[in-house]
Design a protein around this ligand. Sequence first.
Ligand code: ADP
Ligand code: MG
Length: 634
Amino acid sequence: MSDINSILKQYWGFDSFRPLQEKIIASVLEKKDTLALMPTGGGKSLCYQVPAMAMPGICLVISPLIALMKDQVENLRKKNITAFSIYSGMSRKEVINTLKVATNSNCKFLYVSPERLETSLFKEYLPGMAVNLIAVDEAHCISQWGYDFRPPYLRIAALREELPGIPVLALTASATKEVQEDICHKLNFSHHNIYRQSFERKNLSYSVFKVDSKINKLIEVLKKVPGSAIVYCKSRKRTKEISELLQLQQISSDFYHAGLTQEERNRKQEAWIQNKTRVIICTNAFGMGIDKPDVRSVIHIDIPDCLENYYQEAGRAGRDGKKSFAVLLYDENELRELDGLALIRYPSLDDIRNIYQCVANYLQAPTGTGEGQYFDFDISDFIKKFKLNSHTAIYSLKTLEQDNWLAFNEQVFLPSKVKFTTSKEFLYEFERDNPQLEPAIKALLRAYEGIFDFPAPVSELVLVGLLKKDVEEIKKDLAELHRSGIINYSPQKNKPQIIFLRNRIKAEDLSINMEQYHLRKEKFIGRVKNMIQFVQEVVICRSKMIGVYFGDRKIPVCGICDNCLRQKKLHIDEKEFEKISTLIKSVLENQPLPSKELIEQLSSIKKEKAMKVLEFLQAENKIELDHAGWVRLK
Ligand code: ADP
Ligand code: MG
């Protein structure tokens, strides 16, 4: 077994591990099932990549996001480490091929997206594969009680049974205590072996403002805090509007959301990373896999629906350890909307059945068929066609997904396909008359055996190598051949898709596990409540609140969040403040009092301090002081 430090140096060029990485790696090398909680950017990948390199055999990595998976594979290959991936959109034949190649090569990493964990296939190939470790990225997705449940993750338990004695390393950036336990349970951990990096972010100052005009406050913050910034908002449309408003203020900005093309997104993201754009206004589609160290502020102009998301998004500020700001803006209406959110997110069974019926009609899938089939699915067209409420549609689809009826995937990648549609005789003639297209035809026939008789998935990049032309030219050639009737060319797709996981049934027969559905709804309501509490809290340190939420009670008071700063101004510490304000409230609960009398009743407390707390409570709208000097609870 090679020394892990020399592996780190040899392949990654780093001199030392971060403190927790070493412990996690040691635990994995002792073959213990391990759960690692580390913030995004904390360096989770190395925790499985290094031990896998130190052991003979293959590390199986379960990872939910195709784009990130592809990045990882590419990065490993750049280090001369053999890695493959299996994901949605690959045909069964391609999957089998990849499994074969992985078995018969010096492959060290096989990335698999969870929905491709088809037990029958994997059962066949796993025994020959010498798996040394199962790494489960974004492990919180296995928990129904978490904020991002993905049912295919539940297949991992069955996979484990095929690989007795092989340890699991589960990785996540945020999971509450309850979800941490659930991850260990669902993955059949032999011991609950949990490593948690502190949720403390010493250089990050959290603050929350209730405002009348979000845009004014946003501009104020951006003018006060120079440097790179992210502004999160919920609606795609608003990202653009806000960016335009900022530009009017001479603030360099751009907008970003999942509705833009891949090229646009890459361009905008790159310009922001290189600091050519200062502020990026985006939906939560932005930020995954981005590791920009010098973000000075992350501003939320809508309340996120849970602290898990908030913590991760806000945490993108200040990776370089320099002072940074996480700012949340809200108004009263929003709190009411949050209260009603559960009703929208958890539609009624009737609604769900109706949406299921619409989907079946839209895709024209007859009853009794459809299992395993992929369909292009343009959700906005779907919603328009059936005049649906978009929330009801989206969240009903989500429920259908969570109950294993179908999978709705925004990011299925389908490779280009080519099929020859002409005879050999005509092909020769065509080549003679169109010599400029001959190399492309020859390359297709050479690179894809049997392509003349059967349609085949092709990679434009492979043709780049053969033809010494760039991708765009090759796409042009293929399109030209298509127009000339020589081939049928369908370019690669990155379109949203629906996959039927079971045959279509009659809508009225559709069932949902209602007990679990209600439980999930309750958990959701709990998360929203915690989020609202965080927003409304005016005393407790925000960093501490986050720590407690994730089961880390040892976080010290940060001293730099808005609540801590307010306390400092009062010259009363948190405990004393709590004591005094509780006392005031309990006295006022019985009856309103003139302020003088109230202070007299608080005889155990210095008058000066009592006044300060009173003023504070009044400013925060917790109590009311009328013209006659009477104080009452609000
Ligand atoms: P996560 O998956 O936790 O979000 P990554 O594994 O993507 O984080 O790592 C984030 C960044 O930190 C990467 O650029 C990685 O190269 C870097 N990194 C990880 N570990 C170390 C280390 N020990 N020394 C230096 N850089 C590291
Ligand atoms: Mg990661």
